[in-house]
Design a protein around this ligand. Structure first.
Ligand code: 3EB
Length: 347
């Protein structure tokens, strides 16, 4: 597939570099007609019948009714392309590169190798296209708890990812926000957001940086930060990693999903306050957070979690509930978030 013929357009003054929303699945045909569409994320174990390179399938069942898609839009017509060297589909504007790769992971000799190759492909694609800085990355990995060559597959993934990222300049300083979730699919999916300028790494004072977790959690550091802060011309964005019930480096409230949810929200609160303190973010409460994703391990009663979340955050925060495996056996849920703050002063 080649590129379309639209030249890259420059952002005009009042525009966001991109926007994200959850929308009804019934609108897919109309959404695909939009010329400013960057990507459409579809959830579920079954693929859509529709083929379009802008559709990314996250093979996790949606728990709330189902029928939501996540829509990424640009303020101008993106260039849509395929990087055949790395097998990466992408859309890009002058400021962002949004890309993904998805492949049958059993074509590789294990998850370490698959992660290594995938991250190599992503880095070289970023380099070729000129968006050297990752801002946010999502990893959906088949069967993360199974042992492979004496190592749990999530840990093997951490190893492969580390071995690529450690070759990049200022590796630790530029760690970015991430999600890593286990699926029952056979395909591995990684999608990412990259840019021409770097974001700022944000950590959470209540949690040991994952990069400095003790050795027992992974043979090489889980290479992500708790959040990435990115200042755009008119907005500041905070991309919040998958956040769970971990204080220090230890899982809290084993077996109790509601207590894990509360602890997770405490972590999100502390993270946001840290971003306020260090970078002047103006967010007042977690109610101001943008679209959330709540990942729940199979068997967790998502309805009671959803009620509790509503009690804590109110109705105004859009949230999607997805079933997937969290990276540690004893974690029952994990929440990721987006936060957008306008820098345009009215009057
Ligand atoms: C944690 O805080 C929970 O390896 O990329 C969350 C988000 C977790 C991302 C990753 C792992 C990752 O350690 C697990």
């Amino acid at each position: 597939m080649g590129s379309n013929n639209h030249p890259l357009q420059t952002l005009s003054a009042h525009e966001s570099p991109f926007q994200i929303s959850y929308e009804n699945i019934a609108h897919i045909p109309d959404i695909l007609k939009e010329r400013c569409l960057l990507g459409l994320i579809y959830f579920g174990r079954q693929k859509t019948e529709i083929y379009d390179p802008r559709i990314i399938t996250v093979e996790l069942p949606e728990l709330n009714e189902g029928g939501n898609v996540e829509v990424w839009r640009a303020p101008s017509i993106p260039e849509i392309g395929y990087d055949s060297k790395g097998g990466i589909y992408y859309s890009r504007t002058d400021s962002i590169l949004f890309g993904y790769l998805q492949f049958e992971e059993n074509e590789f000799s294990g998850l370490e190798q698959a992660a290594y190759d995938a991250y190599q492909s992503i880095l070289s694609c970023q380099e070729r296209l000129g968006y050297p800085y990752l801002l946010r990355i999502w990893n959906y990995l088949p069967d993360i708890h199974r042992e492979e060559g004496g190592l749990e597959r999530y840990r093997a993934f951490c190893l492969g990812r580390y071995q690529v990222l450690e070759t990049t300049p200022n590796f630790e300083r530029y760690l970015v926000a991430a999600t890593a979730i286990g699926t029952e699919a056979s395909r591995m999916l990684i999608y990412f957001l990259a840019a021409t300028e770097p974001g700022i790494r944000v950590e959470n004072p209540r949690q040991v940086s994952a990069f400095h977790y003790p050795f027992r959690y992974a043979p090489r550091s889980p290479s992500f930060s708790r959040a990435t802060l990115k200042q755009w011309s008119n907005e500041v964005h905070l991309y919040v990693s998958g956040t769970a019930s971990i204080v220090g480096h230890e899982t809290q409230h084993v077996g109790d999903p509601i207590a894990q949810l509360d602890e997770t929200l405490n972590n999100l609160q502390a993270l946001v306050e840290n971003a306020q303190r260090l970078h002047g973010l103006k967010i007042k409460t977690l109610n101001d957070l943008g679209p959330l994703k709540v990942y729940l391990r199979q068997g967790v009663d998502w309805v009671s979690v959803a009620h509790r979340l509503q009690d804590r955050l109110g109705d105004s925060v859009p949230a999607l509930f997805l079933q997937g495996d969290i990276c540690r056996h004893d974690l029952l849920l994990e929440i990721e978030a987006f936060y957008i703050e306008s820098l345009i002063v009215n009057k």
